[in-house]
Design a protein around this ligand. Structure first.
Ligand code: KIV
Length: 289
């Protein structure tokens, strides 16, 4: 099967079949996402929260992202690998921005994603000048959690909605090949989708997007007990419960002597056992002791 390319993602706009992006952060999860047929694997900075146990995404670095991107890329997925640029990796200077984007590509990403609208246009130009495709991200931008005062739906009033539409248009005009729309009312998502010539990928943005993205752990029911899933999450499995039950069985099997069984054991040949002074699984004292 041929690999998914950036131009093929952009060309999917308006084709009718929505694009699918799912996050993954390591080799086994990337394999599953790819086998399931997703178009894009997002190695998101959400790794900070869902894998590394932080309360927000601000702690992860370019090195952290490269570590996870390379694990995903080593599986040679058919899906396009999108590397998320972490907070402060594209905010300081043009040079640092390009160097950091290049680090993600060298780790195996086929493109990068960054958060923010008009104020990121310069960064988008710089990265595109280095021949690295860029995906935009507007609406709720989790790296702005402190500035926004929490994880809230964006664009609920007229001014907020206009800002999101203008931001998305600015990113598309700057050359982004697709734009993530996070936590915005469906009407705003529809306006953005109709206003830009590149695919919109929604998360909590309703059905009027050219594609959808969700986080692996939310889709499959891996979440910290104190975290309430946002309303846009649909759970397709309860893997944390299933994994806990499976491991409880293993714990009980070990403690009660049911594991390992004979068939799960490497047995020593009789001859060798005799040579070592062992008989019938019992150690016997050497005859000259
Ligand atoms: O990091 C991430 O998982 C994301 C998605 C929420 C789009 O940016």
């Amino acid at each position: 099967m041929t690999s998914t390319t950036v131009p093929s993602i952009t060309a999917a706009k308006g084709r009718g079949e929505p694009l699918v992006m799912i996050t993954a952060y390591d080799a086994p999860t990337a394999r599953v996402v790819d086998k399931a047929g997703a178009d894009m694997i997002l190695v998101g900075d959400s790794v900070a929260m869902v894998v590394l146990g932080y309360n927000d995404t601000l702690a992860v670095t370019v090195d952290d992202m490269c570590h996870h991107i390379s694990a995903v890329a080593r599986t040679n997925p058919r899906a396009l690998v999108v590397g998320d640029m972490p907070w402060m990796s594209y905010h300081v200077s043009r040079e640092e921005t390009v160097r950091n984007a290049a680090a993600l590509v060298r780790a195996g990403a086929g493109c990068v994603k960054l958060e923010g609208g008009k104020k990121r246009v310069e960064a988008v130009h710089a990265i595109l000048d280095a021949e690295i495709p860029v995906m935009g991200h507007v609406g709720l931008t989790p790296q702005s959690v402190n500035a926004l005062g929490g994880y809230r739906v964006q664009g609920k009033d007229l001014d907020g909605a206009r800002v999101i539409v203008d931001d998305a248009i600015a990113l598309a005009e700057a050359g982004c090949f697709a734009i993530v729309l996070e936590a915005v009312p469906d009407g705003v998502a529809r306006m953005v989708t109709d206003s830009v010539g590149v695919p919109t990928i929604g998360i909590g943005a309703g059905r009027h997007c050219d594609g959808q993205v969700l986080v692996w752990h939310d889709l499959l029911g891996f979440a910290p007990p104190d975290r309430q899933a946002p309303k846009f999450v649909r759970r397709y499995a309860e893997l944390e419960i299933a994994a806990t039950q499976a491991l409880e069985e293993f714990v009980a099997d070990v403690r009660e002597g049911r594991f390992p069984s004979s068939s799960e054991t490497y047995h020593m040949a009789d001859q060798m056992a005799a040579g070592l002074g062992m008989y019938g699984g019992m150690t016997v004292e050497p005859s000259n002791a």
